[in-house]
Design a protein around this ligand. Sequence first.
Ligand code: GLY
Ligand code: MN
Ligand code: MN
Length: 464
Amino acid sequence: MSDVELSLELASELSAELETSFGPHLATICARTARALEACGYAGLLVHSGSLLTVFEDDRTYPFEVHAPFKVWTPLSDVPDCFVYFEPGRRPQLVFHRPADYWYKPADLPRAYWTRHFDIHPAADLGAARALLPKDLGHVAYIGDAFPALAQWAVGAVNPPKLMRHLDYGRATKTPYELACMREASQLGARGHVAAAQAFSEGASEFEIELAFLKACGLREQELPYNPIIALNDGGAVLHYQLLEKHAPTERHSLLIDAGAEFAGYASDITRTHALRGGDFAALIERMDEMQQSLCAGLRAGVDWRDVHLLAHSLTGKLLREADIINCDADEAVATGVTRVFLPHGLGHLLGLEVHDAGGFMDTPDGGDIPRPEGHPFLRLTRVLQKGFVVTVEPGIYFIDQLLDAARADGRAGKINWPRVASLRKFGGIRIEDDVAITETGCENLTRDAFKAVQKKPALKLSS
Ligand code: GLY
Ligand code: MN
Ligand code: MN
């Protein structure tokens, strides 16, 4: 089979899967929403996709992004002023914004694997949209930013927290359709990472590495689920490094790239760290990779994420000791907070329509948050894992001057091997991040599978 035949066959496998899985997925969303509406006393739900925001005193708009409560209904991610209206027991309605405009091209009415499940009505403006909705919206909950005319629509509630909580809680559990989308987002992201690693090995700047990533994913920057973190050398010590320097540094040592792709509104969130040459830092990356894989291997339904996070700290303590970066043993490093000097962020988070997906602390849909372990203020997930959750697993160690200086000053100086830290500082840090879905019997590593798959597959051509 030729490369082109293989790409077409794989693309048609994906469309068949989306075609068959969307209907049951939408039924799940409708049932979840009906339960939430009933629990909160509303008769219907109206979700607005958002409005374009114009730059002050200019006629340009900021990049537009549909928010998650709208994307949970349709895979449309760049359509302002659309509405989804849902009443339990009835087909969902999509009011689709189609202005008469010869300055900008109005979006075509969508026609895809999901559209037959909606009644779709074009509307030229907000007034036309209002006329398509029920006359009385007094028992309807509205979700979205409140545009000025909303005050006259007399909706029952705007973004009611109890209803939002019910909906967010359910989003942690992915349907088979959502998992198919996330597998595809993972493959797009893996393609980007392979191209980025190649660009790094050829001497590219951070900006050029980003261009290589975007081209391989076939996405514009604003279509990514988050701004890529592309850090050469000690930039890797800045957790959300954002500069994208246009010139490559004269001396190059390492690349930390945290970049994901989006498919049908669903994100992948992937980090890899590369050393330009072999040596101590390259060996440390390998050890971190083994540790990350051992954490992934332990994931299954019923596991408390807080325990996995704390286990990551024990393993980080061991790794730091073995690599001669600290002078104390792992237990002491954890007890005295030394591991938090090197690993100051949470082990991972829920992933889905948002990169840091909603509902990470919720005990029940009705209320109550599960607290973080003491001393771990940046952990974003405290729930017990269930089948269908997708989480990131992203341990790291970083050489962050601010945190090292604080440890030196607060009596922990003797626990850290400073000459060793000085020799590794120029590499910035290491993070390795995979996206893992919890299954009936254990887990599925979407990221590792994606890297394997893209190595076998030819790239899909954007145009012939
Ligand atoms: N890309 C942001 C994160 O890993 O959480
Ligand atoms: Mn992440
Ligand atoms: Mn990430």
